[in-house]
Design a protein. Structure first.
Lengths: 73, 632
């Protein structure tokens, strides 16, 4: 399991959190999604064999949120 | 998806275009042109509805009935019945309100953003040949040696292996006084080297550093909800669909379509959803800026209700360092102190070190004293020969063993010093007592005044628990004016006391330094770590005071009270707005556009109200702490 931290542009509506969380959790190999509303960060565990980090970033971008940076470890 | 992103990125431009179109429309009315008026408002309605409808749809896909959905239905409804001006103004107000909310929300998050932006980004790694290479801070490993130059930021937690300098540790301790550090000292990531050059061996890097932990903790804290927020979240999930159903019923019963869509707009829970979280974010941000880490809204809430403060003595009420607090000199020529210092300099016993420090502070010269044959007598003291005299430095038992008698004046002094809870060191030459020193745990500056301030803020009872002997404990308690003292306790007995207070119905906060009192920190309703951030304390406690000052404790308590009041004010404003709107609707002077205006205004009011917390400072803490400690 790897851990990814995505820094997004500022989030303004609390419902954004549910959207992002829901969309990521639907992906195979993604677990423990945590969206920090005020810090505009997404923290998640993912299985590198099932899904790539770039795919995670794309999922969030497709929802309409700009990803500023991503850290994977 | 692409389209939605494009719209999201250009919402501000859309808002602006809408504003211009509404302006043109109003102008059309002035020049009496129905065509300009109608076309402008239709265009404005359609353009500004796009982002709102898109957001409503994307929330619906995740089975969420959002505020945007209520607004979308209302606007489309207004459009259908030809109320173009209403639909245009409602959508514009909604978009413009959201824009202002974003801007003002950013302000309340500012303190935390400042904090995260203080994180170091690059590091100069020194390789084995002494060459340096600049890299991203993420690529530094434990045991790498990094070079830090004057003005630079220390990129890792580590130990100085070479060089020295003055460091500004404000990012960790909240205190901007420069600290001098040299080889062997610990430095922290995120602190700034004011002058000098350092080579630092990394012991912790990235998110594991104290700074990384603080940032993570504060970020998590902001999203940890208070009970009020949790309730409102739950409420909102049912409230929004309920408004939809009520509007439907109103429409069916009254057959008044216009009234039904007006209900949709008025029912938006805007200020209610944002009011409580925004207070907490501002409050936690204020704390982070002032060296107080409060772990979330729930902690804020509980802390505000605390009425009993329980302190561990050592390291919290006292500094945990011993110092000479009494000095009785019977030789009147300082020779006793000079010789005592020269002899004690060779010992690392805490009492001996206190004596040496005392001489250093008073510039007592002792370099010329010739010391020979120093012998430690266990449990008694030291015997030595110095400047040709037979020197005894030790406790009363040593003097009795060596048949050195105290005069009645000296005996009285000794009893007085012991009565204050101090340890005593007696100095004698050739069978004559020369001096008696009282050495005790130093009480922190301004504790007495701080405890009084905490009482004025709402604390009912203060308690001291300590493993020390009863005499010392009582002496400290008397000086600082604490209500209750329990001494000679083991860590598990401290926990028992905390539980007992809780059973008596008190809300208890335990203040400790995290060394051997973690169980009490966890058991208390609120655990407050007052230590220079030992890892255990930072993790197990609810509130962390970064520079361990009493001013911070007052700040934390005052801040939590203020934040809770602020939250309540915001909830009140939100509910009052909805009630006022409903009354206005029934009496017939509130319509869609004016309703939306009041809503958006109320949202801004709660945000501005929360922003008052950003600059909160407790009143008493502004007094000069040096003045407060006079007379102690």
């Amino acid at each position: 399991m790897s851990k990814a931290i995505l820094q997004l542009d500022a989030l303004s509506c609390p419902s954004c959190m549910q959207k992002i969380k829901g969309a990521l959790e639907k992906q195979d190999g993604v677990e423990n999604v945590k969206v920090l509303f005020n810090a505009a960060k997404v923290k998640t565990d993912f299985d590198g064999d099932k899904i790539s980090a770039d795919k995670l970033s794309d999922t969030v971008t497709d929802l309409g949120y700009e990803v500023q940076s991503m850290k994977v470890k | 998806m692409k389209f939605q992103r494009y719209i999201n990125q250009h919402t501000n431009q859309i808002t602006l275009i809408t504003a211009v179109l509404i302006g043109v429309g109003l102008l059309g009315k002035v020049v009496d042109s129905d065509m300009i008026y109608t076309v402008s408002f239709i265009a404005a309605s359609i353009i500004s509805a796009v982002p709102i409808v898109l957001r409503a749809v994307s929330a619906l896909r995740f089975k969420t009935i959002s505020i945007e959905l209520l607004v979308s239905i209302a606007v489309i409804g207004a459009f259908i019945i030809g109320e173009y001006n209403e639909s245009a103004i409602v959508t514009f107000l909604f978009l413009f309100g959201t824009f202002l909310e974003d801007k003002t929300l950013a302000k309340t998050r500012h303190s935390i953003k400042d904090l995260t932006e203080m994180a170091p980004t690059t590091a100069m790694i020194v390789d084995d040949d002494g060459n340096t290479e600049e890299t991203d801070v993420d690529f530094v490993d434990v045991d790498d040696v990094v070079l830090v130059k004057a003005g630079g930021q220390i990129p890792v937690d580590g130990e100085i292996v070479d060089g020295s300098g003055h460091i500004n540790e404000a990012s960790i301790t909240g205190e901007s006084k420069l600290v001098t550090k040299g080889t062997g000292n610990q430095v922290f990531s995120g602190t700034i080297l004011d002058n000098g050059t350092l080579k630092v061996r990394a012991t912790k890097v990235g998110d594991d550093t104290t700074f990384g932990k603080i940032v993570e903790l504060v970020e998590d804290a902001q999203d940890t909800k208070s009970p009020a927020e949790k309730f409102i979240d739950k409420f909102a999930t049912y409230y929004t669909p309920a408004v939809l159903i009520i509007a439907l019923i109103v429409g069916l019963v009254t057959k008044d379509f216009r009234l039904a869509i007006t209900v949709l707009v008025l029912g938006c829970p805007g200020a209610l959803v944002i009011g409580a979280p925004v207070s907490n974010v501002a409050g936690i941000g204020n704390g982070a800026k002032n060296g107080v880490l409060i772990k979330g809204g729930e902690v804020m809430n509980t802390f505000a209700n605390v009425d009993t403060l329980v302190f561990d003595k050592t390291g919290t009420l006292t500094e945990g360092k011993t110092a000479v607090t009494q000095f009785k000199d019977y030789s009147r020529d300082q020779l006793a102190l000079q010789i005592a210092t020269a002899v004690e300099k060779q010992s690392d016993h805490p009492l001996a070190q206190a004596v040496v420090k005392f001489s250093g502070d008073h510039h007592i010269p002792f370099e010329d004293v010739q010391v020979a044959d120093a012998d430690t007598v266990k449990g008694r003291g030291v015997k030595a020969t110095a400047n040709g005299k037979n020197v005894l430095i030790g406790n009363l038992r040593m003097m009795n063993d060596e048949n050195v008698d105290l005069t009645s004046e000296q005996r009285q002094d000794l009893e007085n010093i012991q009565g204050e809870g101090s340890s005593t060191v007696i100095v004698a030459f050739d069978g004559q007592i020369q001096a008696i020193l009282g050495i005790s745990d130093v009480i922190r500056q301004g504790v007495k005044q701080s405890l009084a301030t905490l009482k004025s803020l709402g604390i009912k009872k203060t308690v001291m628990l300590t493993g020390d002997n009863l005499q010392t404990a009582n002496a400290v308690a008397e000086q600082i004016g604490i209500d209750e003292v329990h001494a000679e306790l083991l860590p598990e007995q401290k926990v028992e006391y905390v539980k007992q207070f809780q059973q008596e119905g008190h809300k208890v906060a335990f203040v400790g330094d995290g060394i051997n009192d973690s169980p009490s920190l966890v058991t208390a309703d609120i655990g407050i770590a007052m230590g220079s951030g030992t890892d255990v304390a930072v993790e197990t406690s609810d509130v962390v005071l970064m520079s361990s000052g009493f001013n911070e404790l007052i700040h934390a308590y005052g801040l939590s009270k203020k934040t809770v009041i602020n939250t309540k004010e915001n909830i009140f404003i939100a509910i009052a707005t909805v009630v006022a709107l409903l009354i206005g609707l029934i009496l017939g002077f509130i319509y869609m556009a004016s309703g939306m205006f009041v809503h958006e205004a109320s949202i801004l009011v709660v945000i501005f109200n929360a922003m008052r917390l950003i600059n909160y400072q407790p009143k008493a803490a502004k007094l000069d702490p040096d003045q407060l400690s006079v007379g102690e």
